[in-house]
Design a protein around this ligand. Structure first.
Ligand code: IVH
Length: 706
């Protein structure tokens, strides 16, 4: 976040001389941000803060038109109004992949697929294996065979419009080949750079005194996201097609044939893509690619396995943001050794005490590492990590570096085993471990200052309330001063301003304009999307993905709040028995662990009060609910007995996908009971209540009917 030493003078109070000075400074500042964003792919301010800088330039120039200089950011040709790329909503979300690191993870993936599909013992789900390209993913939309849009992945739901840049990449056809091209084709794949091209580009850049990139992936990303497509054109970008999004028709019915079709349509597809007919084939493929890795010419970070049959992919569906039908098998991470200087204990928003290794700086895979995670108490004990030890650390992809182990020969004399604290370093309360949990937590959930601050930081974070001018630092300062102790306090700041202590405008680091800007930014967030509001609550296990699932399922804060209230009220020492809980647990992608954490949150009167206080200050917009136009949308279904046509997981997933709720018990609110063989008491209850009972075939016919 950019820090401004002095508050801004309102534009209409600026003298011409001040305006001239400020315009020059802003032009330089914006140029710097542009370079970090476009060339280095490492922006240091939010889009909103950047837009505010540009707006300030526009406002000043509007007042002093004769100060508009040729090199002003407003005069640059080809720039978007905001100077950044426009946003594009993906018709079909661009998901990520689950990871497998060990062979056992791959075996488990195959086993899971088989269980889900209920495959016979002899039947193997044929798997497509292909390299996992270390570049950036791109989606290309073709309408009637013509390229219309190219967009980056972004957050998976919304990316950046890079159409002009994409058109300069030679591997990307402007027109699809072949006669029977579907009217809408969204082709997905990876933009990357060959290693030798990357090195040559870096040599050229260095000679010209321009940016050098850390690795081919950054170089590809930086080159694609250029404001001036002419620069992209001069960069040696390449593209492999391996997937698709929205298609008005599917030209094939397997993954393998689809990718071959992409090849015929004019794309470059990876020649190493192979079909595997057994787990052994899969493992051999992995080892084969690993040995070729260094000589491929481009960076890969693993291989990807995908179930070949598209109808099976469809049945398998997704959990949260990754498909059940695919997985990435990663290569081992890069390692280095260094000295462990200290162990810091950080307190998270859920009270978890996380040990962080403070290391003598060391370069691993091109990045300088100074901190690494030590996971938890048991890991430190198991590896017998002591302060002063020389340790091996590793980095795998974008994951936080980890301490793998100790180089015992180098242990200094007198190094003592590490004693993990049993009290919270922030509030001194007991820190305990619950049975079966590896994490030690501060027990003072409601008033540990470290937890409260972390919750507030989370609340204002980018994917939550994202309040301009209210970052981690400001929230922590407001907390320390007692101005903001709970989320609702943020929204009453203005009303309370100056009533206790000096007004914000007179405080250190603030002025009339910046205080005013903050109050305006807070007001702007009084209307907020449901998924953001849910995510902001900081409920354990409820990340962005789950928040979106919940928003789509419940549709409104009122419905969510009411259902969770019901689920919390239905809690008992024996477990969660309410219908509301069963309904929550049945949402595709929301598992028991998540459901329990949400109910736990709502069972705590103080969290509910904090939420209600917040809701008194803000308006939460309704979300678009999941499918409503299917035969079973909005219906409540109970599956019972031994199912033979599909597994229980699959039944639940497909019903959910079509907008039905899957409940665990039969009540008068149940619409259908789908009874497999040997159905027992639930079937009896359904009959007694007069609920429609369907066989598995009748159910399949029903969900197929619309
Ligand atoms: S398939 C629904 N295949 O890996 C899954 N992804 O970790 C669609 N990637 O965002 C992705 N090579 O950028 C797929 N051969 C490949 C890939 C690949 C690289 C990237 C892709 C994706 C990320 C997921």
């Amino acid at each position: 976040m950019a820090k401004r030493a002095k508050p801004l003078t309102p534009v209409d109070e600026l003298t011409k001389a001040q305006a001239r000075v400020e315009l020059t400074r802003l032009a330089l500042e914006i140029e710097g941000h542009d370079a970090r964003y476009y060339q280095h792919d490492a922006p240091t301010i939010s889009d909103a803060a950047y837009d505010a800088l540009r707006r300030r330039v526009e406002d000043i120039e509007a007042r002093f038109p004769d100060l508009v200089a040729a090199e002003s950011p407003t005069q640059r040709v080809g720039a978007q109004p905001s100077g950044r790329f426009a946003k594009v909503r993906h018709a079909v979300p661009m998901l990520s992949l689950g990871n497998a690191f060990a062979d056992a993870d791959v075996t488990e993936f195959v086993a899971r697929v088989r269980r889900f599909l209920r495959l016979d013992d002899g039947e193997f789900p044929i798997i497509v294996a292909e390299p996992k390209i270390d570049g950036l993913s791109l989606t290309l939309r073709y309408e009637h065979g013509e390229l219309v849009t190219g967009a980056t992945r972004g957050d998976g739901f919304e990316g950046e419009d890079v159409t002009a840049n994409v058109r300069t990449v030679k591997d990307i056809p402007h027109k699809l080949k072949g006669r029977d091209v579907p009217a809408v084709c969204e082709v997905r794949g990876e933009v990357y750079m060959l290693r030798e091209d990357f090195l040559a580009l870096n040599r050229k850049q260095a000679a010209a005194g321009d940016t050098v990139f850390a690795n081919p992936r950054n170089s590809a990303a930086g080159s694609l996201r250029q404001k001036d497509a002419g620069i992209t054109a001069a960069r040696p970008l390449k593209f492999f097609a391996y997937a698709w999004g929205e298609m008005s028709a599917l030209p094939a019915d397997t993954q393998f044939e689809m990718v071959n079709w992409l090849g015929h349509a004019g794309f470059v597809v990876n020649p190493l893509m192979t079909l595997c007919h057994s787990v052994e084939d899969v493992m051999n493929y992995y080892r084969g690619i690993e040995t070729q890795r260094a000589t491929l010419g481009y960076d890969i970070d693993g291989v990807v396995y995908k179930v070949n049959r598209l109808d099976w992919q469809e049945r398998l569906g997704f959990v949260s943001r990754s498909p059940r039908w695919a997985i990435a098998h990663k290569f081992a991470a890069e390692r280095a050794t260094t000295v462990l200087n200290a162990i810091d204990i950080q307190v998270g928003r859920t009270g978890a005490l996380t040990p962080v290794a403070k290391l003598a700086p060391v370069t691993v895979g091109g990045v300088v590492v100074q901190n690494a995670t030590l996971h938890n108490e048991d890991e430190i004990a198991r590896k017998d990590i002591r302060i002063g030890d020389t340790v091996t650390i590793q980095r795998a992809g974008d994951v936080i570096p980890q301490v793998v182990g100790v180089v015992l020969d180098k242990r200094p004399k007198g190094a003592e085993p590490y004693r993990f604290p049993t009290t919270c370093p922030a509030c001194g309360s007991h820190a305990v471990r619950e049975e079966g949990e590896a994490v030690r937590r501060c027990t003072n959930t409601l008033s540990c200052p470290a937890q409260a601050v972390e919750r507030l930081k989370h609340f204002v974070s980018r994917n939550a309330f994202d309040i301009e001018g209210l970052g981690e630092k400001q929230v922590a300062a407001f907390f320390d001063e007692g101005l903001v102790r709970a989320p609702a306090d943020i929204f009453t700041l203005k009303a309370r301003d100056g009533k206790k202590g000096p007004p914000l405008a007179e405080r250190e680091g603030w002025g009339a304009t910046s205080a005013n800007n903050l109050f305006n930014a807070i007001d702007e967030r009084r209307h907020i999307a449901l998924h953001r509001a849910i995510f902001a609550l900081g409920i354990r296990h409820v990340g962005e993905g789950n928040a979106k699932l919940l928003a789509r399922h419940y549709g409104s804060m009122d419905a969510f709040r009411a259902a969770m209230g019901e689920a919390a009220a239905g809690r008992s020492p024996e477990g969660n028995a309410s219908e509301a809980y069963a309904d929550l647990n049945a949402i595709e992608g929301v598992g028991k662990v998540v459901a329990d954490a949400i109910v736990e949150f709502f069972a705590e009167p103080r969290s509910v009060r904090a939420l209600d206080d917040l809701l008194a200050e803000i308006t939460v917009e309704d979300a678009e609910r999941i499918k409503t136009d299917t035969a079973v949308a909005g219906k409540t279904v109970v599956f019972t007995g031994a199912l033979t046509r599909f597994s229980r997981d699959e039944a639940k997933a497909s019903a959910e996908r079509l907008g039905a709720k899957v409940a665990g018990s039969v009540s008068s609110k149940t619409d259908y009971v789908v009874a497999g063989e040997a159905a027992g008491s639930k079937l009896d209850k359904a009959r007694a209540l007069g609920v429609t009972v369907l066989s598995e075939d009748e159910w399949l016919k029903l969900i197929d009917s619309k």
